[in-house]
Structures are given as C-alpha cells and as structure tokens.
Design a protein around this ligand. Structure first.
Ligand code: PLP
Length: 452
C-alpha cells in the first residue's frame, strides 16, 4: 500500500478501507466470498503486462511461454476438478463466459452447418454478399431459460442483457405452491417452443436442480443443454452436488464464475464436451478481449486449492450453514421461498413484515448485516424494490462460521425485521428502532471479530 500511496494516496486509502470494511461486516451476499492470499497475490503481478490472444501454444503474440504455462495449468486443474472434457479459462467474468457459450453454440449448431450446406470451403474467399446471405439464413434462434423472478439470471435471454436481443426467448418458472421448478411444465414449454438452447442454472433459487431431467428434456426437443453454475460451482467442486445434481456429466456446455462459492479470482470459465471445444476456444477474439494472464494464474491457484481434500469440507459446511440459517429464521416466523434450502442460499419473503426487499436490505445494512434484495416469484414490487432478500453462506463459512453462529445470525436478522416499519406507502423509507439496530450491530461485530 505504501508503494501505491506514493502515487495516489486516495487509492491506497480506499484499498485499506475496503479491507477494514470487509473484515468488520457480516457478509451475507450469496455471490461473494473471500479469496485466499495465494489467489490475490497470483493476480497482482507482472502477468498483467502481457498480451496473449489465442490459446496456449497458438498465440498471436510472441514470448507467451509463461502465459501458456498458467493457462494450461488452470485448464488442467479445472478439467480434473470438475471431470470435464475441456476447459476454457479465459472469460473475464460470468457474463463473458455466457457470451462465449452462446456464440460457440451458434457457431457449432447454426453457422457450421449453414456453411457446409452452402458448399463454402474457404470462408476467407466469401464475398460480402455471401456473408450477408449466410447471416440472414441463420434466422433468429431460440433460448429457453429460468424466469428472472423464479431466480434465473438476466444473461439467460432477458432484455437488460444482449442475450435478450440475440435470441427469441421464453422462460420456465416454479410451482406457485412449492416454489420448486415445475419440470412437467418445463417439458411442455420446451416441446412447444423448441429452443436451440435450454439454459439451466440460477442466481436466486435455493434448491438443487435435477440436471439429468434437464438433459432428457433437451434431448427430446433437440436443444443444447447449457448450465450456468456461476453460483454453485463451489458445491460441484466440493462434491456436495453429485449424480443427477452435478451439471458436468449432463450438460453440453457449462459456464461459471470463479469468484463466488468457488472462491477464486473475479472471472469466468467455460467447460464443455469435446464436440463444442473448437468453437468455445474461439471465444477470444470472437467476443472476448485479450486474456488476463494474471487472472488465469489466480484461477490455476484457486482450482488447485479446490482440489485439496479440505475444500469438500468447506463446501458441505456452506450447505449446513445455509440450513442452520434457514431454520433460525423459520423459528422466528420468517417466510422462506421453497420453505428452506439445500444449497448455499436462502431467499426470504419479507412481505409479512410489511416491508419491501429494498427497505429490509437497508434496515439490515444499518444493523451491520450486508445482504441484497431480490425478486421472489410473481413479485408484487417488481425487480427494483422487490419483496425478497437473498442471503448466502459462502463468505461467512470461509471465515469459520458454523451452524451455531448461523442460527444466531438468523435471530439477528429477525430482530431487525421485527423492529422495522415502512413509512406510509413508501417502498423505500422505513423506521428501524435505534436501540435494536445498535444491539444487533454490536453483536454482529462481536461474532465477526471472533472469526477474523
Ligand atoms: N450467471 C449467474 C447465474 C450469475 O449469478 C452471475 C452473477 O451474478 C453471472 C452469470 C454474471 O457474473 P459476472 O458478474 O462475473 O459477469
């Protein structure tokens, strides 16, 4: 920090303050974690200065031998960790990994057959008119993904993301009674809609997904099965999600972030079968900027960490902790979507407290509990104000929290919800009892202080 402070002291101060804030706050954001010092150091070094477009051994730049080493190591660890045929470790984030997946599926399933049908042997010899004819012949392809308010992600064909413009989209939801994915309705929708891509995976669904069933449905309608395991990759790596619930043996293409439950650097990755590997490897420069060698080095370190036996214990503890948190909340009468959890997250429905998700999120933050608001199925307040608050346990589990602490965190959350009132009709303003806020803040600080 001293070196940085000599150039721009305000940046050094912000970095230092971020460490203090993360240390002192009770981080319940389901998509965040704490990477190890080895991962952070692998990211902050001279690799950042290197250009390395292409893939290991086939670069558009000279002197990439050390980048080749770390890219190969990251891919090898990823293949071993997840039992995948192929790993592409260049995507800069989860959204980028999904974009690589979409383009590679389009290339493999639409472009290559269209070129073959048109008798094109040499794409470099095609005229602009030939290209235009080919482009039109693609038509608009279809994507079927999980509805946003059921917990899907906006990259799965929704308007705020380019996927909503690239594809004609339809979505599947959850059963209104149980909150669980309605596989029969999904099968029906897939039969009618006949998507090119069936997307499974979520940001806010607190249950396991049956990927074997998803595979059956995809096969029945001729769809490519794409699983976005950004949220639960750590549970797959730690062998908590196995058999029908492990996406890798069932999907054609699996995308993920590397920084959530997997506890690596900020980044993304694509795993796929041999069939999709050549088109996936064209991700850069098709849709990605030059690879970030320093982040690939950190991915290799994180995947090596996840291959150690203790990572399985960590992954199981994430789920045990989420269940203890869920039970703690339910004992206090807090309503949970699906009535509980069997992964790393819990989704509270706060309407019985008379609050929006936005008000609950703000009140919890005032009391030192960092969460994020989230839509619930058929949310009456829409995706901005919401009716839900999402909680996750990967970060606190890294700090060493166990079930007893998580049950107490559930109590603290319920104390805040019970002592917060909406102001009039406002979806934003609220009153939180100051004494309760102070007590919760002090206790939260004590618990995190005991797990530095
Ligand atoms: N996919 C899912 C399911 C996610 O939850 C997220 C992040 O929230 C992403 C993709 C995007 O990841 P990133 O923010 O790294 O682009």
């Amino acid at each position: 920090l001293d070196v940085i402070a000599q150039v721009e002291p305000r940046v050094a101060a912000a970095i230092g303050q971020e460490l203090t804030d993360q240390r002192e706050s009770l981080k319940l954001i389901a998509s965040e974690n704490y990477a190890s010092p080895a991962v952070l150091l692998a990211m902050g070094n001279w690799f950042s200065d290197k250009y390395a477009e292409g893939t290991a051994g086939r670069r558009f730049y000279a002197a990439c031998q050390n980048v080749d080493t770390v890219e190969r190591l990251a891919a090898e660890h990823a293949r071993e960790l997840f039992g995948a045929d192929h790993a592409y470790v260049q995507p800069h984030s989860g959204i980028d990994a999904n974009l690589v997946a979409f383009w590679s599926i389009l290339a493999h399933r639409v472009e290559t057959p269209a070129l073959a049908e048109a008798g094109v042997k040499n794409v470099d010899a095609m005229t602009p008119e030939d290209w235009e004819r080919l482009r039109r012949s693609f038509g608009t392809q279809r994507m079927l993904g999980m509805a946003l308010d059921a917990g899907g992600h906006l990259t799965h064909g929704f308007r705020p993301n380019i996927s909503g413009k690239m594809f004609e989209q339809s979505s599947y939801g959850t059963d209104p009674e149980t909150g669980l994915i309605d596989y029969a309705a999904l099968r029906e929708r897939a039969r009618e809609f006949r998507p090119l891509i069936l997307v499974a995976g979520y940001s806010a669904y607190p249950r396991r997904v049956d990927f074997a069933k998803m595979r059956e449905i995809a096969d029945e309608v001729g769809a490519t099965l794409l699983v976005d395991m950004a949220h639960f990759a750590g549970l797959v790596a730690g062998k908590v999600l196995t058999g029908d619930f492990d996406p890798v043996p069932h999907a054609d293409v699996v995308t993920t972030t590397t920084h959530k439950s997997l506890r690596g650097p900020r980044g993304g990755m694509v795993l796929c079968t041999e069939e999709y590997a050549p088109s996936v490897d064209r991700g850069c420069p098709m849709v990605l900027g030059g690879p970030l060698p320093h982040v690939m080095a950190a991915k290799a370190v994180a995947f090596a960490e996840a291959r150690r036996p203790d990572f399985a214990g960590y992954a199981q503890q994430i789920v045990d902790n989420a269940q203890a948190l869920a039970e703690g909340l339910q004992k206090r009468g807090v309503r949970l979507v699906t009535g509980g959890t069997d992964n790393h997250l819990v989704l509270m429905d706060v309407r019985s407290s008379g609050l929006t998700g936005r008000q609950a999120e703000s009140a919890l933050l005032d009391a030192g509990l960092v969460t994020n608001r989230n839509a619930v199925p058929a949310d009456p307040n829409g995706p901005w104000y919401t009716t839900g608050v999402r909680l996750g346990t990967p970060a606190l589990t890294t700090r060493g929290f166990g079930e007893a602490e998580m049950a107490e965190v559930g109590d603290l959350i319920a104390d805040v919800l019970d002592n917060t009132q909406a102001e009039g009709d406002s979806k934003v303003k609220y009153r939180l009892d100051e004494a309760v806020a102070g007590r919760v803040r002090a206790r939260a600080a004590e618990i995190v202080g005991a797990h530095p």
